[in-house]
Design a binder for this molecule. Structure first.
Ligand code: ZN
Ligand code: ZN
Length: 361
């Protein structure tokens, strides 16, 4: 249920208040960024750093056409007991919680990607992108999580409350795998022994899973002074003969990163690929794939099947919340990809790619 507005505050006034507040934050940011930012440490694979000058951010902000993004959209939410069941030996399945949060059942190991269970993807409690489609279940309903994959530090991917809840889960904390530089953020939360940093193209065996970091084309930043100070990454997890790729947040670039990932991991069973937050293209192209690029990326990987993520949950860009549904269908058609091979799920829906050979009695 959305929170009812106080009687004296119309939606229009609320939007205006929010706009002014955000503008104030942006302008403060502009003033501060000029002198105090730490130099970026990390870059994309071609050495490029996505460094949008603030005038471009402001140009997008002030020229935004929010009519599509603000259009009320009600996406279905599935509430099924199977969504929170633990992994069984031999099983490969994926439950879409929303945005980039996916519960993967990988041959008896429970893996979660970029856990975000909060009301907002924002540093502020009272402002910033709000969850538009409800959670199918609370974080406390998850099965015991063995492994958490974090792609980068943006608020829609790295949520402090969700990380702390997982750290305190019954049965002991999970293993967090993070890109270079992001371990310090976990240390500040008191999470030390169970955080593992993996650099691009390196691999570690953790929780019985082979975990490899692979390149993504993006950027990082959580505060005013930390752009590019920590890295961003995709992940490949392997166990029981299964391989799953999680792209994190990424632009497409010239596609060479993804062709290289496909060469290194030639038998990916499933690829989790972002399909949302892509309009307007002049501003978003470098950081977020649109559905057509997502399908091209899937073909570059040579993966067997793909699941579209990073859509339908938080309205972060200018397209409608449900726009990726039609855009992905068109992209599949024009690139000759079967509907069953690049799917979207409903929030809370589970896709069983390989059922356990010996289901529990
Ligand atoms: Zn991001
Ligand atoms: Zn994102």
């Amino acid at each position: 249920m959305p929170t009812p507005l106080p009687r004296t505050l119309t939606p229009c006034r609320r939007t205006l208040r929010f706009d002014l507040l955000t503008a104030l934050i942006l302008l403060t940011l502009a003033a501060l960024l000029n002198g105090c930012a730490q130099p970026p440490r990390y870059a994309n694979s071609d050495g490029a750093q996505l460094d949008k000058p603030l005038r471009e951010v402001l140009r997008w902000y002030w020229s935004r056409d929010r009519s599509q993004a603000d259009r009320p959209v009600q996406l279905p939410v599935r509430r099924e007991p199977r969504a929170t069941e633990p992994a069984a030996p031999g099983e490969l399945s994926a439950t879409w919680v929303g945005h980039s949060t996916v519960l993967l059942r990988l041959d008896g190991v429970n893996v979660i990607t970029d856990p975000q269970f909060s009301r907002r993807a924002s540093p502020l409690r009272f402002a910033g992108p709000e969850r538009r489609t409800p959670l199918p279940f609370e974080i406390s309903a998850l099965p015991h999580i063995h492994l958490v994959l974090i792609s980068h530090n943006h608020y829609d991917h790295l949520d402090e409350a969700s990380v702390l809840a997982l750290q305190a889960q019954p049965g002991g904390p999970p293993i967090f795998v993070v890109p270079q530089g992001l371990d310090a953020w976990f240390h500040d939360l008191g999470i030390r022994d169970n955080v593992h940093v993996i650099a691009w193209w390196a691999r570690q065996a953790l929780a019985g899973v082979g975990v490899s970091a692979v390149p993504a084309r993006h950027w990082s930043g959580r505060g005013l002074f930390d752009r590019g100070v920590t890295h961003w990454t995709g992940w490949v997890v392997q166990r029981g003969g299964y391989s799953v790729y999680f792209a994190g947040d990424t632009g497409y670039g010239d596609g060479s990163d993804f062709r290289r990932i496909g060469q290194r991991f030639p038998a990916l069973d499933l690829a989790l690929i972002p399909v949302g937050a892509y309009e307007p293209r002049w501003f978003m192209r470098e950081q977020h794939t649109d559905p057509a690029e997502a399908v091209q990326l899937f073909r570059d990987l040579g993966a067997r099947q793909a699941l579209g993520i990073h859509w339908g949950t938080f309205a972060l860009a200018d397209e409608a919340l449900d726009a990726p549904i039609a855009a992905l269908a068109a992209a599949r058609r024009s690139q000759g990809v079967a509907e069953a091979d690049f799917r979207l799920l409903e929030h809370g829906q589970t896709w069983v790619l390989h059922a356990p050979p010996h289901p529990a009695q």
